[in-house]
Structure formats: structure tokens, C-alpha cells
Design a protein around this ligand. Structure first.
Ligand code: ATP
Length: 592
């Protein structure tokens, strides 16, 4: 098909105000396209040369596009630039530039005809531009593009220019294309959607339906190297609702606050895809290496959440710290400063076998068979519960450890690609609290450091005082906020307090590497005070078996040498702070 015909459809889509009209235009177009061009037309309409996970980019910014236009039209670059400045639309600049050329050419060669561009010609040039890399590639890209412009009409040039700079923006969604394909080729829309969830490449699927119809769709399979649409979760905010919805029992997993990763292991290596199916392998070379070491499978698709770690303490950091990975040139540095850990929670495909139609409990078992846990790859923390109290204990533990809550899953559920059903339920809080004041806590234990902190303590077990019992109750493990000098000082300062067993006046559920006689007091601030079964402070005061914990604690830098351990913040004061904390609404209402 000639590209001018596609350009007409694009103009039609642009000008219509009705979705039904959009679909109609697409249906008519699809019916006229051959198997060698339908995929190309669809990629052009969607504004991407290839599906997002292939990460193919043209590498053409507005400036380069204008250069190519100037070369093709003879219009001066400055003139084009000011045209672009005025409209802010490179497409409009292209249309105007080529109209000028046309006028000139018409004068020079009256009657001479331009050979029409085909869809394939245009698309293949786009692909060539994208694949031109390395030294001298910029010039080559510009000449490929300018020769395309030379053959284009002003109207065609408008769309070519918008496409190459990534601003076609027709607002055609994948679902719009699916609707149109189903109608054009008379295939069941549900079946097409199902195939799309398994293989979300619309160019590929269009060829399948055009050539093999409905029967072809039934043969679409999960394929390593092609990400599947991830299974999604509904949301509830009480354990009672969660267990009721899941039929009384649930596999409850920590809900890590990081970046979802769909990891494909195949003959061509390891690739990582995001929640939106973009290829994010380049951001996580360390995860690729860790997976290579820890996962024994020739071919597999596994899923997990990548979280950022404090390199000194190994503590999980809030999600924002992963942002350092987003800038390509900073990845090397980010790997050093913000190491990550992969928490695996599913396996979708394993050595030739599609596991999506196997129950979760089976997939979990398979996952533990192929994963050898290490410092940077672990299986997401989980447990099977049929009791609300136990779910809540686990929930509080997760929150106090810096998680967002739990993801509770039906043990018998299949992996429903692309579905947000009730087999996965996020159990999150509607509110989070804010700790506004510092507290003074006593060091009762310490954990040895790793990496830069090797040979020193990396984190400390901190406790509050209870004058009623004359005991110290733990409330957090803190490793953040200490400078190198602080850590050296702490090591020396604590030397005289070292003992080889828990001090009789200390109550703790945690087992540090070293115990101390309560003596040193530090000022600590945290994000909030939460419930936690891991700590003994105020245990049972709010809920049976659950104490209080400081979430994301850090040392303020202030040594309270002016305070003795019995002058530290008391457990009652902590309870008071817990009760009076300012509550902050968290995003999103709970769906029911
Ligand atoms: P979504 O549309 O994915 O629900 P969201 O940002 O609104 O997006 P979230 O509250 O982030 O939803 O919850 C779902 C996300 O939780 C998953 O996409 C995944 O990234 C993350 N997650 C963390 N731990 C787990 C786990 N154990 N199992 C499944 N997902 C998990």
C-alpha cells in the first residue's frame, strides 16, 4: 500500500472525535493491507518502530529532523528552526518546508512526477535509521531521513517527521487496535485479548490473524524473550476481607516497595522487563549477574521485585532510591552506591513448560527448586495462613520492616496474564503515620558490618526504658545516619559494655551478634512508629503479641552522653507518640 493512503488514515484518526470512527478507519485500513505490511502499519500507528521491550529507538531529536528537512527541501535551517519554534510541531514545519520545495520543484521541472512511497519503504527506512549506530551514525541517520523526505509529499512528511521524533501521539491504544483487528478479520475479541496477554506484540498478532485467523490465535504461546502481561492485584485493607475473599486461606507475601521485574532466561542471555514491558536490562547489570549465579534453568521466566539496599546495613531503602538506575550514564555509580536485591515471587515458564496454568503453590515449589538464595537474590518472604490474627502479625512485621504491606494470593490460583482479579490482593494501609519528634534510645546489641563497615558494627539494636519493670525493650535496629567516624567511635565506646549474653534487664526477640550492658544513649528519628511482632517495646499494649517499632530509623548524629540509660525515652512515651502520630492518607481508596 502507498504510504499516502496510511497518511490519510492518520489524518482521519487525528480529526475524529469519536472512538467508533477511529475503529472504523482502522478496520478499513487493516482489510486492505497485506501480510508483509500490516505489522509495519500498526507499529507506525502506535508510534514505535518495534514493541517496547525490544528497546529499538530511532535516535532522532528535533534538531536532526530539521537538518534532514532542510537538506531535502532546500529551505534554510534557521528558517525551519523558527518555523518550529512558532508552532512547536515538527510535523507542521515539515509540511511547510516541503510545500515550499514543491513550489520550487514544480517551477523547475513542471510535470515531473515523484515516485510514490510505500508503507514498507517508509517503515524499513525507520528501522534502518534505528539500527544505524556507532561512529558517523548521526550523518547516516540524517541522510536516510532526508532521502525519505525528498520522496515524500508535504502531508506524508508531516507524519514522518512526527513519528521520527516520537511525537505522533494519535492516542490509539493497544485495545483500539485489538477491537479493529477482531472486527476486520472476524476473530473472537476475547481470544485475541488472551493471545495479546501472552504475546503483547500487535504487529505479530495482526499477521497471525490475517494469515491464520482464529486458529492461529489458539497457537500463540508463552515465549522466553517476549514478556507476558503481568498479573495484577486488587486491593483491600483488612485481613478479614482478604481471607474471606480468598476462601479462607492465603499465601501471604511481603509486598516489597521497588520495581517489578519480569526476568527472561534464554539461549540469548538474560533480559529484564518492567511492569510496562520495557526492557530495563541495562539498568540492572548486577541483577543479571546475580540471576546467572543463583537461578538454575536453561530457559525460564521468573518474576520478582527489585529493591534498593543501604550498602552499609543491607536494609531495604524506599523505592525512590532506584531512580538512580534510570539515568544510563549513572548505572555504574548507582551499582556501587545503591546495590539492589531481587525478591522472587513467581515462575511463569520453565525449561519448555508453560506454568501459567499451574496453581501458585506448585509454581512456588518450582521456584524454590531452581533458586539458590544468595545475598542479592532471595525468594520473597511468604507464609500460608488461614487465620486473620496470623495474617495481621505478618502484616505488621512487613510494615515495620519497611514494606508496603502484603500481597495475599490464592494458593490454587493460576497465573492470569494481564488480569486484575481477586486471586491476588494487596493488603495495604489506608493511612500511614508520621513521627515528628526524636527519641533517645539505649544500645543493647549490635550486628557486624559488611563491605565498608567490615570489622566494625553495621547496625545497632536499640531499646526504650520501662521504669515500672526496670527493663529495656527493643524498638528498632538502626544502621542509617552513622558516618564512618561515628562507626569507629561507636565501636570503641561500646567495647567496655560488651557481654557474651543478653543482659538480664533487656527483653528482645532479636538475636544480635554482640550484646551490651545498657549504657550508651543515642538520639534516633524514624519515618513513623508502627506495630511489629519483631520488637518487645509495649508488647501487647495495642494488640496481643505485637510490640512497637520505629520504621526507617536513623541516627541524628547526636550522642546523648548527658543521659544515662534510665533517662532514655520510656516505653510509655513511645506508646503516647504512637497514639498521637499525625495520620497521612495513602494513595488510592481500597477497592471492594
Ligand atoms: P498495580 O497496577 O501493579 O497494582 P500499583 O502501583 O497500583 O500497580 P501496587 O500497590 O504497587 O500497585 O501493587 C502491585 C505491585 O506490587 C506489583 O506490580 C509488584 O510490583 C509489587 N509487589 C511487591 N511485592 C510483590 C509480591 N510479593 N507479589 C506480587 N507483587 C508484588
Amino acid at each position: 500500500m502507498e504510504f499516502s493512503e496510511l497518511a490519510k488514515v492518520l489524518a482521519g484518526i487525528e480529526s475524529t472525535t469519536q472512538r467508533t470512527m477511529m475503529v472504523k478507519l482502522l478496520v478499513n485500513l487493516f482489510k486492505k493491507l497485506g501480510p508483509d505490511e500490516i505489522d509495519k502499519a500498526i507499529y507506525i500507528i502506535l508510534g514505535d518502530v518495534r514493541p517496547p521491550w525490544e528497546g529499538v529507538e530511532l535516535g532522532i531529536a528535533e534538531k536532526l529532523c530539521l537538518r534532514a528537512l532542510s537538506r531535502a527541501s532546500g529551505v534554510k535551517l534557521e528558517e525551519l528552526e523558527s518555523l518550529y519554534q512558532k508552532t512547536g510541531d515538527v510535523g507542521e514545519a515539515a509540511r511547510k518546508a516541503l510545500s515550499k520545495r514543491q513550489a520550487q520543484t514544480l517551477l523547475a521541472f513542471a510535470g515531473a512526477k515523484r515516485a510514490p512511497l510505500s508503507i514498507s519503504q517508509v517503515y524499513d527506512t525507520f528501522l534502518k535509521i534505528a539500527r544505524t549506530t556507532g561512529e558517523g551514525s548521526i550523518d547516516l541517520k540524517v541522510s536516510l531521513l532526508s532521502s525519505l523526505f525528498s520522496q515524500a509529499s508535504p502531508e506524508e512528511a508531516k507524519y514522518i517527521a512526527r513519528f521520527v521524533v516520537g511525537k505522533l501521539r494519535l492516542g490509539v491504544a493497544d485495545m483500539t487496535i485489538i477491537d479493529a483487528l477482531a472486527e476486520a478479520f472476524n476473530v473472537d475479541e476475547g481470544q485475541l485479548e488472551k493471545a495479546y496477554n501472552i504475546h503483547p506484540d500487535l504487529g505479530y498478532l495482526a499477521k497471525v490473524v490475517l494469515e491464520r485467523g482464529q486458529a492461529g490465535l489458539a497457537q500463540v504461546r508463552v515465549t522466553p524473550g517476549v514478556p507476558v502481561m503481568p498479573m495484577l492485584a486488587q486491593r483491600l485493607s483488612t485481613s478479614h476481607e482478604v481471607l474471606t475473599k480468598l476462601g479462607g486461606a492465603a499465601i501471604c507475601e511481603y509486598k516489597y516497595d521497588g520495581e517489578r521485574a519480569q526476568i527472561h532466561i534464554g539461549p540469548n542471555g538474560i533480559s529484564i522487563y518492567s511492569r510496562r514491558l520495557e526492557n530495563i536490562t541495562h539498568a540492572y547489570p548486577d541483577v543479571v549477574e546475580a540471576v546467572r549465579r543463583s537461578v538454575s534453568a536453561k530457559e525460564a521466566i521468573i518474576e520478582g521485585e527489585i529493591v534498593a539496599l543501604d550498602p552499609d546495613t543491607g536494609d531495604i531503602l524506599p523505592f525512590q532510591e532506584l531512580m538512580h538506575r534510570k539515568r544510563k550514564h549513572e548505572v555504574e555509580e548507582a551499582m556501587r552506591e545503591y546495590p539492589v536485591k531481587l525478591n522472587l515471587f513467581d515462575v511463569i515458564y520453565l525449561d519448555g513448560e508453560d506454568l501459567t496454568d499451574k496453581p501458585l503453590i506448585y509454581r512456588r515449589l518450582k521456584l524454590s527448586e531452581i533458586v539458590r538464595e544468595s545475598e542479592d537474590v532471595v525468594i520473597a518472604k511468604w507464609a500460608l495462613f488461614d487465620d486473620e490474627e496470623k495474617v495481621d502479625l505478618f502484616f505488621h512485621e512487613a510494615i515495620s520492616m519497611g514494606m508496603e504491606g502484603l500481597v495475599c494470593k490464592s494458593p490454587t490460583s493460576l497465573y492470569e496474564m494481564g488480569a486484575r482479579g481477586w486471586n491476588w490482593i494487596k493488603y495495604k494501609r489506608d493511612y500511614r503515620s508520621e513521627m515528628s519528634d526524636t527519641v533517645d534510645l539505649v544500645v543493647v546489641g549490635a550486628f557486624y558490618g559488611r563491605g565498608k563497615r567490615a570489622g566494625l558494627y553495621g547496625a545497632f539494636l536499640m531499646a526504650a526504658y520501662d521504669p515500672k519493670t526496670d527493663m529495656f525493650y527493643t524498638v528498632c535496629k538502626v544502621g542509617s545516619g552513622f558516618t564512618d567516624a561515628d562507626l569507629k567511635k561507636m565501636y570503641q565506646m561500646l567495647e567496655p559494655y560488651k557481654i557474651d549474653h543478653r543482659h538480664p534487664r533487656v527483653s528482645s526477640r532479636m538475636e544480635p551478634d554482640v550484646w551490651f550492658t545498657p549504657g550508651i544513649v543515642l538520639e534516633i528519628i524514624g519515618a513513623e512508629i508502627t506495630l511489629s511482632p519483631l520488637h518487645t517495646c509495649c508488647q501487647g499494649a495495642i494488640k496481643p503479641d505485637v510490640g512497637l517499632a520505629i520504621r526507617f530509623p536513623r541516627f541524628t548524629g547526636r550522642y546523648r552522653s548527658d543521659k544515662g540509660p534510665e533517662e532514655a525515652t520510656t516505653v510509655d512515651e513511645l506508646l503516647e507518640i504512637y497514639r498521637n502520630q499525625k495520620k497521612v492518607k495513602l494513595e488510592g481508596p481500597a477497592t471492594t
